[in-house]
Design a protein around this ligand. Structure first.
Ligand SMILES: Cc1cc2nc3c(=O)[nH]c(=O)nc-3n(C[C@H](O)[C@H](O)[C@H](O)COP(=O)(O)OP(=O)(O)OC[C@H]3O[C@@H](n4cnc5c(N)ncnc54)[C@H](O)[C@@H]3O)c2cc1C
Length: 402
């Protein structure tokens, strides 16, 4: 069986290895000058390669349950065992995030490269696939500079459109479309969110734990985690996880609960007691909130000037401060661009893909993996897990199928 894998990213490399494990002769065609460039950039160079808590609820798209059968075949345990079998030890950090023990993304790519070499998998770089056709039972693969290759089966692993400088420029969608596949609406996800900036600018660079709620019409979402204030709005894992809603919605708001461990009434009681401290408003929140966040909260609640003594606060002002801390609300103005996004939301419509094998229901012998499909995961190792799982199952199915 001759299998062509188009795209040498996480899912394509895994598909190639699984294909070879099952006896196929595999070639990877990659448009960049080397494979796996994006892997090196993941997890801030440490590669958060899976998450021990990964479940279907961590995935999104028009039909996230599509991944169920794949998770039963090759999921977190199998992924960790796979990397261990290649000699890579694992470290589990907070929130179930899994990294290579050396905390080097290069270790993940290295062990994969050694395995590709051991299995004699052919790698053709600087080969950007322009067109893919099926003729007389065989696939004809043509590059932009006119090179032609043939294969019996093809695994399309071109990724999405996020971070195009790392290889995935969205060309896979055109290839899938040319073969009759539908592409759902795509938009950047796991990306920084732009908001009104008058107040957030003053907190630029500060990280805090918060509950982040997204509010727009019927769409509501809530995540707790780290938020980073920036000069254009908000960043950090919790904001990334709600960013998929922020691209196209109008009149959307983000509400931050800046003291998630305390309810409104307990906070109110505490602030009433705090009035008795002999301090000015400038220092009213010191020891409770980051000082700059505290001062911005005062501004938001319009409880000023900072030079006032705390004991001058009225009951109404204390309530306004509680409201500002528990419901610090900002208008959403969109997201940063594809260049900043970690993943693509939307993609090839999964209703046209077999949920057991990842084979196209339109073109026999064509398989699809990873971010190209309309499946995207939360921040925290979930997207690479989907890449490994979908790659493994597609590679195995392509090699084993007729
Ligand atoms: C900065 C950053 C950090 C991230 N960190 C994490 C993390 O820590 N944990 C996590 O789980 N996820 C992380 N992600 C997301 C994760 O990396 C991706 O979801 C995953 O790599 C997708 O794998 P893929 O194989 O589907 O696509 P990709 O990894 O994008 O690979 C696609 C490959 O196909 C090639 N290609 C595209 N078109 C063609 C063509 N026409 N012809 C030939 N080759 C082509 C591309 O050059 C690329 O090499 C991060 C993403 C980014 C951008």
């Amino acid at each position: 069986m001759r299998i062509a894998v188009i795209g040498g990213g996480a899912s394509g490399i895994m598909a190639a290895i699984a294909g070879a494990y099952n006896g196929a002769h595999v070639t990877i065609y990659e448009r960049c000058d080397r494979i796996g460039r994006k892997i090196l950039a993941t997890g801030n160079g440490r590669c958060n390669y899976t998450n021990i808590n990964a479940e279907i609820v961590n995935y999104h798209g028009e039909n996230p349950c599509f991944i169920k059968n794949i998770t039963e075949k090759f999921w977190v345990r199998e992924t960790i065992e796979f990397f261990e079998s290649l000699g890579m030890l694992t470290k589990v950090e907070n929130e179930g995030k899994v990294y290579p023990y050396s905390l080097q993304a290069s270790a993940v790519l290295d062990v994969l490269r050694f395995e590709l070499e051991r299995l004699n998998i052919r790698i053709v770089t600087d080969f950007e696939v322009k067109s893919l056709k099926k003729q007389s039972g065989e696939f004809l693969i043509e590059s932009y500079d006119g090179k032609k290759e043939k294969a019996q089966k093809v695994i399309l692993s071109t990724g999405g459109k996020a971070s195009p400088s790392l290889g995935s420029n969205g060309s896979g969608y055109d290839i899938a479309k040319s073969l009759g596949h539908k592409i759902t609406k795509i938009f950047p996800s796991l990306v920084q969110v732009k908001t009104e900036t008058t107040l957030v600018k003053a907190m630029k660079g500060i990280k805090t734990d918060a509950v982040v709620s997204f509010l727009s019409g019927n769409v509501k979402d809530k995540v707790r985690g780290e938020v980073l204030f920036t000069e254009y709005g908000l960043s950090g894992p919790a904001v990334f996880n709600i960013s998929r809603h922020c691209g196209e919605t109008r009149d959307a708001k983000i509400k931050l609960d800046l003291l998630p461990d305390m309810d409104f009434n307990s906070l109110r009681e505490m602030l009433l007691k705090r009035k008795e401290l002999n301090i000015t408003l400038e220092n009213f929140f010191v020891g409770m909130l980051n000082k700059k966040i505290g001062m911005t909260v005062m501004k938001y609640a319009n409880v000023l000037p900072y030079s006032r003594q705390a004991d001058s606060l009225t009951a109404k002002e204390i309530s306004s401060l509680c409201e500002a801390i528990k419901s610090f609300t900002l208008t959403v103005e969109g997201t940063m661009s594809w260049n900043n996004a970690q993943v693509t939301s939307g993609g090839v419509d999964v209703f046209e893909i077999d949920e057991n094998t990842l084979e196209s229901k339109i073109i026999k012998g064509l398989y699809m993996t990873g971010e190209l499909l309309d499946i995207d995961g939360d921040c925290g190792g979930y997207n690479l897990q989907w890449a490994w799982s979908s790659g493994y199952v597609a590679g195995e199915s392509a090699a084993k199928g007729e």
